[in-house]
Ligand binder design. Structure first.
Ligand code: FES
Length: 170
């Protein structure tokens, strides 16, 4: 098998597993760790995780396809996850989706040619009081307007953001 954790991540994996009564219970944090290292969860990576945890690969595939936070393919440097559930929708998420399409020229589940951006629709991000919300990788951008979202995309394109882009749109 050609994929494996770095020695640092192997140590982190062992710490994760030690917290649980069974190895199988460590599935989600192990997948998170794998996604952090490999960028996304290819079949090869999922098979690797299954072998580490001593479980059938089908159990790993089920978890990965159930949770939207797990990526099955390279989603580029910035994965823009636009909430389009009821509150965000009422607060203008449709306009944000249009801004993303106009600026990036991609649809949902697509990646820009330069591998900088991808666009994913998500259900409630649990931050309805700050709707509309877009999650950029792991960071939330809240209370967005079409103007501030467009500005954020431009800053991401040009690299003019702090390390935590979600905070740069406040
Ligand atoms: S509906 Fe978008 S965060 Fe709840």
């Amino acid at each position: 098998m050609s994929v494996s954790f770095t020695s640092e991540n192997q140590a982190r994996f062992e710490k994760i597993v030690a917290k649980y009564e069974t190895k199988a219970s460590a599935l989600l944090p192990t997948l998170w760790l794998a996604q952090e290292q490999f960028g996304y969860l290819s079949n090869e990576v999922m098979d690797y995780v299954a072998s580490l945890l001593g479980m059938p690969p089908s159990h790993v595939y089920e978890a990965v396809t159930f949770y939207v936070m797990f990526k099955r393919k390279d989603m580029g440097k910035f994965c823009l996850q636009i909430c389009n559930n009821i509150t965000c929708s009422m607060m203008g998420s449709e306009k944000l989706i249009q801004v993303a399409r106009d600026e990036l020229h991609i649809g949902f589940h697509e990646v820009t040619e330069d591998k900088m951006f991808s666009l994913v629709p998500v259900q409630c991000l649990g931050s309805c009081d700050t709707a509309p919300v877009v999650q950029v990788n792991e960071e939330y951008c809240e209370n967005l307007t079409p103007e501030t979202f467009k500005e954020l995309i431009h800053r991401l394109k040009t690299g003019k953001t702090e390390e935590r882009p979600g905070l740069s749109c406040q």
